[in-house]
Design a protein around this ligand. Structure first.
Ligand code: S3P
Length: 416
């Protein structure tokens, strides 16, 4: 789950001072995004673009979420026309990555929300459609209906935060999220059950489908947020996804990167092909010749299933995603990165390679590689949590990118 830290200074200077401190903090590399809670500011900022640029200079490439929480949904900003104006003004600067729009869930006002969301998107921003109730949790049916209504605006992330009054409220919210996510597996969701009773909801995104969690470094912005150091420890302990898997076509760099990543993270490293070669006491090429691809796929699948529940870096064979059951196993037990490269790169890397892949025998040409890749690319994308575009990048650039993605998702051993 990507960690987001809210910034809640009362003045521009206070916000920038907090950000300066944050940038120096040992946990800064772990953050996926910084949320600027604009409603905490006591005075409207005169030169918003300049202020946001100041924020950007401090946070570098971290994602910036611009949020105005209104008095209707637990914030400080008085709801009115200026709510829309201020959000659009923020996006006109081109600086925030996301605008959090507190979407009104009733039928009335639908058009103005739609217009505002479309406007943010036209300006190049992404939208978090959010809905909060700090007093109660709707029942399961209503939670599901709200999620559908929020997603009908086509935002980039749907966010729902409620206060539970009883244990069932927490479970209902999580369950509604899970169902929604299963229906829209590639859409992003944040579900939060607030307060002490709901704290678990902030940690169990693997179960509930929630993709991000708000954590505190300098104080909470909503009841129940975990301190980042607690969050990191607990998330790793509780997540069923203990491993990290690098997926991709033959020659995409899986083994090279997985080996080096394992050293960086001091983690064990496995290649399904190497495990199989040891078990068979023969090379993969020989196995294909003797027993054929179907038998190889069965064995590959069996080995994969032995790899759950342990922290490791896994480099499976490029064809692992062909079977539905493997894709679902990978999604459940690994954080998956797809190393995406072009057929040209594969051809260049594998022509003349010592380890000739059986499936590329007589097919070491652009047309055949492109065709095979096209058959697989949707499977890699479906399984991946993150896509790393590998063309034109050096090994060390890929490793740096991989490391920050893993840190930001709390999947790399804490180095603090
Ligand atoms: C295969 C990829 C190979 C190996 C086997 C089949 C594939 O592994 O498992 O030759 O179907 O893509 P690499 O991707 O490590 O080359």
């Amino acid at each position: 789950m990507g960690m987001i830290v809210p910034i809640q200074g009362k003045t521009e200077k206070e916000c920038l001072d907090i950000l300066k401190k944050l940038k120096e903090d040992q946990y800064f590399p772990y953050l996926y995004a910084v949320e600027l809670r604009y409603d905490f500011l006591e005075k409207r900022v005169e030169k918003l673009a300049d202020f946001l640029q100041g924020v950007r200079n401090l946070i570098g490439e971290k994602k910036l979420i611009f949020t105005i929480r209104t008095n209707r949904q637990g914030g400080f900003y008085p709801f009115g026309k200026s709510y829309f104006q201020e959000n659009i003004l923020a996006m006109e600067s081109g600086i925030p990555d996301y605008i959090d729009l507190e979407v009104e869930c009733g039928i009335s006002g639908r058009e103005s929300w739609k217009e505002c969301i479309a406007m943010v998107k036209r300006l190049g921003g992404k939208v978090i459609a959010s809905y909060h109730d700090f007093h109660r949790t709707p029942d399961l049916k209503e939670c599901e209906a709200i999620l559908e209504r929020l997603s009908s605006y086509s935002p980039d992330i749907v966010k729902m935060a409620f206060m539970p009054k009883k244990q069932e409220d927490v479970l209902n919210l999580l369950f509604a999220g899970r169902r929604w996510r299963d229906k829209y597996p590639k859409k992003e969701l944040i579900t939060i059950s607030m307060g002490e009773m709901g704290k678990l909801s902030r940690l169990c995104g693997d179960l509930s489908g929630s993709s991000h969690s708000f954590v505190q470094i300098f104080g909470e912005s909503a009841p129940g947020q975990w301190k980042i150091e607690e969050y990191l420890k607990l998330h790793r302990a509780l997540s069923a996804r203990k491993g990290i898997a690098l997926l991709g076509f033959m020659g995409s760099g899986k083994s090279t990167l997985a080996g080096q990543l394992a050293v960086m993270g001091d983690l064990p490293y496995f290649e399904t092909d190497a495990v199989l070669e040891q078990e068979f006491s023969m090379s993969i090429k020989e196995y294909f010749q003797k027993f054929g691809e179907e038998s190889f796929r069965r064995e590959e699948s069996r080995v994969l299933k032995k790899m759950s529940g342990r922290e490791m870096i896994l480099s499976p064979g490029g064809g692992i995603v062909l079977q539905e059951e493997n894709r679902s196993f990978l999604k459940n037990y690994f954080f998956c990165v797809y190393l995406k490269v072009s057929p040209e790169t594969v051809l260049q890397r594998l022509s003349g390679a010592k380890n000739l892949r059986p499936l590329l025998q007589d097919k070491m040409n652009l047309t055949d590689i492109t065709e095979m890749m096209e058959r697989r690319s949707a499977f890699y994308e479906e399984t991946a949590d993150y896509i790393l575009e590998g063309d034109g990048k050096s090994i060390s650039e890929c490793l740096t990118e991989l490391q920050s993605v893993l840190l930001e998702n709390a999947f790399f051993p804490a180095q603090v």
